[in-house]
Design a protein around this ligand. Sequence first.
Ligand SMILES: *[C@@H]1O[C@H](CO)[C@@H](O)[C@H](O)[C@H]1NC(C)=O
Length: 337
Amino acid sequence: MNFHTLLLISACFFACVTADFLNNKVEAKDLKYLLEPLVFAEVTARRGQTVILPCVLRFKPAHYRVKWTKIEPSSFGVENVVLITNGEAMKRYGSLGPRASLRRAHHLDVSLILTQLQLEDDGEYRCQLINGIEDESVAVTLRLEGVVFPYQSPRGRYRFTFLDAKEACAAQDALLATYKQLYYAWTEGLDWCNAGWLSDGTVGYPILHPRPACGGDLLSGIRSYGLRHKTRDHYDAFCFTSPNTGTVFFILGPLNFSEAERMCRQESAELARTGHIYSSWKFQRLDQCDGGWLQDGSVRFPIIDPREPCGGTAEPGVHSFGFPNKRNRLYGAYCYR
Ligand SMILES: *[C@@H]1O[C@H](CO)[C@@H](O)[C@H](O)[C@H]1NC(C)=O
């Protein structure tokens, strides 16, 4: 092989690789100023952490602004701007603004730093270069690591309006889950036969093992009822939470509900919320074979390794005894501190 063929081959090699890259892009638009975030299209973090959403210029136009916006979940027609910079000055906006800044690791870096992440920060962000002529943007997804759990009213199945469901999740240190969060939880093994509200006002349920009692022989996946009426229709809720700073611990019973409350207070703690016990189960491997009171009046227990004495439960998970009579002195207490 002579020098010329070698050159030809290597030229083709680079050209072909580049072409392949461009074809695989989500937005198949050639970017001139912004670096396509192929490597960093999704960033994951937990509540309370600091995260960097990467956005790097390829070169600087003479005059430009960079605008960071949260584009999903959408805020119904209102543009959710986080920050705008003209290269020197920077102005922050909205509820995210106070926790937002630019990394500026080098002269082409306009990556966004978000500190003290909160549950509502999960979603898709856009880094937009505005130079008057050719505006460009790239999208970066911030995925909060967390857990999705089904939640039912103490009054029974399918009692929540959309607003009730939202408030119920908030009271459990959680938010109504997004469709993507429920979908992700399904890929991790969530299978649940009761339909619940999601944050976009749709209703659905995740099924891994199709069975007659759960919609019959339909395929596995998220079964969606689509948008439901927010005040007339009633369902359960799917809540999403991410680890918080505190920890959950168990106090052995037998206790009634008010005794359980008091025992936690004696330990400078409070009865755990449902979100606390789910995230401790998932992220701190909390495994306890005893039912314990939670703040909402429910009794639950978290299982990592299924075993005979624990009610013979086959599945790892947080199991529920529902909302027993608060006078029952049969359970322990799960406290959160
Ligand atoms: C729980 O038990 C205590 C006595 O230990 C009693 O004073 C209290 O009324 C009981 N609470 C409930 C909700 O039954």
